[in-house]
Design a protein around this ligand. Structure first.
Ligand code: PMV
Length: 374
């Protein structure tokens, strides 16, 4: 039996980092996906295999997994369950750290999340799992959330407890169970990121443009066309460390940081009001685009002030500014990706020139469809 699930990446339009501290963020899905194919194999083979397009493949004997996890009893659970630090250590013991080349050590937490979600949702059934992704890893486009959502969805589709509809294309669609997929994916995200807000897995599960605050997601229905250029700095960074640095800064400067975070929240609220109340006419479009451009500039300035910008991000901002275009980092910052708003009046030739200039610095530019299905 085989099932394939896929989940989209995301961009945060406003409010990253502040969302970890209970403020509103606005995020959107993008049409770049991570897919997980899961094939159950005959009992005789006794292994769980994880194959993926990062070039790292794993195979564990089920007997070994049971032995390492034995002190926990059976982790199999029909309700989303958090993974304790002790369990993460046990899962780490299953992964031969030496098999990770230096450049890929960061992927280890993704493998721990795999083992936790797998054994929790599907128990110890032998299977081959193949992961492939169109999303750059660790670039702020929600690759880890898309992976956790697609993995949870595929596992739940094959678990005895949940029945889902398989579409003719081979993708399965889920409606009633989306909440459950989202909750399990959040548990995986916690293993990978430590203290995630939940915005990434929510937007990947449900798609569209959403507003997110303290674990509560509201869908934003908008007919405002949004064109964004996404530029990947190709500077790798660690979301967990950046989130921890912001929390440490908040402890050192509680008053100043709370003002900054509140200002970011006001920007997110204005973002959602503008795109929600957008009327379809050209005048309204350019006025709203101007307002969003200003909000992006303000949001970026505040992100700089909490220490999550980077020289590569600043280079992109300056370059786009020469074209009178506003940009901000998206996701955790410290590298990763930058969004540049492309208002409707900006011609393709201008965008091509900007892309050429940015790519001459070694950055990678692309556009993606915004706000599709989860
Ligand atoms: O860079 P990403 O895709 O991991 O996004 C992180 C967004 C943060 O707000 C910084 C953290 C979070 O969990 O919301």
């Amino acid at each position: 039996m085989e099932v394939t699930a896929r989940a989209p990446g995301k961009i945060i339009l406003a409010g990253e980092h502040a969302v970890v501290h209970g403020c509103t963020a606005v995020a959107s899905s993008i049409d770049l996906y991570t897919s997980v194919s899961l094939r159950l194999r005959s009992e005789g083979e006794g292994t769980i295999k994880l194959l993926n397009d990062t070039g790292l493949d794993f195979s564990w004997s089920i007997a070994r997994i049971k032995e390492v996890l034995s002190h926990l009893g059976s982790p199999f659970s029909s309700t989303p369950t958090s993974c304790s630090l002790e369990t993460v250590k046990s899962l780490a013991a299953l992964v031969d750290e030496k098999s990770f080349p230096e450049s890929k050590i960061g992927l280890a937490s993704g493998v721990y999340a795999f083992l936790w979600l797998y054994t929790s949702i599907l128990g110890f059934k032998p299977a081959t799992v193949i992961v492939s992704s169109e999303l750059p890893v660790g670039a702020g486009l929600g690759s880890s959330a898309a992976y956790c959502v697609a993995l949870s969805a595929a596992l739940l589709a094959l678990s005895d407890s949940v029945k889902m509809d398989v579409s003719q294309k081979g993708w399965f669609t889920f409606k009633a169970k989306a909440e459950l997929v989202n909750k399990w994916a959040f548990e995986g995200e916690k293993i990978i990121h430590g203290r995630p807000s939940g915005v990434d897995n929510s937007v990947s599960t449900f798609g569209n443009v959403i507003k997110f605050k303290t674990g509560v997601m509201t869908r934003i229905d908008s007919n405002m066309p949004l064109r964004m250029l996404i530029t990947n700095t190709k500077v790798g960074r660690d979301t967990k460390a950046l989130v921890a640095n912001v929390s440490a800064r908040k402890l050192r400067h509680p008053g100043a940081m709370s003002s900054v975070l509140n200002a970011i929240e006001a920007i997110s609220d204005e973002w959602s009001t503008i795109i929600q109340s957008h009327a379809v006419d050209d005048l309204c479009l350019s006025a709203n685009e101007e307002k969003l451009a200003e909000l992006m500039e303000m949001n970026q300035g505040l992100l700089f002030s909490i220490g999550v910008s980077h020289a590569s991000i600043e280079t992109i901002l300056q370059t786009a500014m020469e074209y009178k275009l506003a940009s901000k980092l998206t996701g955790a910052g410290g590298g990763g990706c930058v969004l540049t708003l492309l208002p409707s009046h900006v011609s393709g030739a201008v965008v091509d020139k900007l892309v050429e200039e940015l790519e001459s610095f070694g950055f990678q530019c692309f556009t993606a469809g915004i706000g599709g299905n989860g």
